[in-house]
Design a protein around this ligand. Sequence first.
Ligand SMILES: [Zn+2]
Length: 228
Amino acid sequence: MRRFLAALLLWALILPAAAQAKVYESTMILVNKQNSLPSDYVPGDLSRPNVTYAPGVPESRKQMREEAARALEAMFSAALEDGIGFMAISGYRSYWTQHDIYYTRLKEAGEAHVSLYVAQPGKSEHQTGLAMDLGIEGYLDLSERFADTDAYRWLSEHAHEYGFIIRYPQDGVEETGYAFEPWHVRYLGVQAADVWARGLTLEAWYRQKLAASHLLRKRSFRLYKPLG
Ligand SMILES: [Zn+2]
């Protein structure tokens, strides 16, 4: 009996954690200024995409979740066939890596800059393992100049075919809370095509979906918290 109770207690403790991990591991997870990941969340299936990287990228930041990594490989090789040589710059970042980046940038650039460009620890999509910053030769500095390249135009037209969206589009700041980041792609999987076709930010897409479906609202309340 005692053993049974101990087992029951163990399940009670483990189950909520397991259920939570499952929510965080949805490729549709919404992480932004309103929705945080816990400091100890590390995706369980990190993998190193077999793609070209910008010089000096640390091994730990080359990773993405398994499904996203394979999709990135497919996207990079399709782009290469069209003459675009993408290079990956920054994928998965742990809570504590983001913590260091955030406070370093805060010291260097100040509050106004970081609030538009750098997520606080726990609020970065890079912690999901579903995001990648990318560029091409000569455009590896994560600057808006990248938007003037054929590579960016290719990305705008084709990223969704591989399950990616440009997560922080031009004029999206009111929705996303971040300035235009033409270099930051986010893996969503099949829904990327729908987000792209509707021309919405992920926040606006979720708002539309939730407004349309009470069921979804009930089921995905932990994936998404409405703004404000
Ligand atoms: Zn990024």
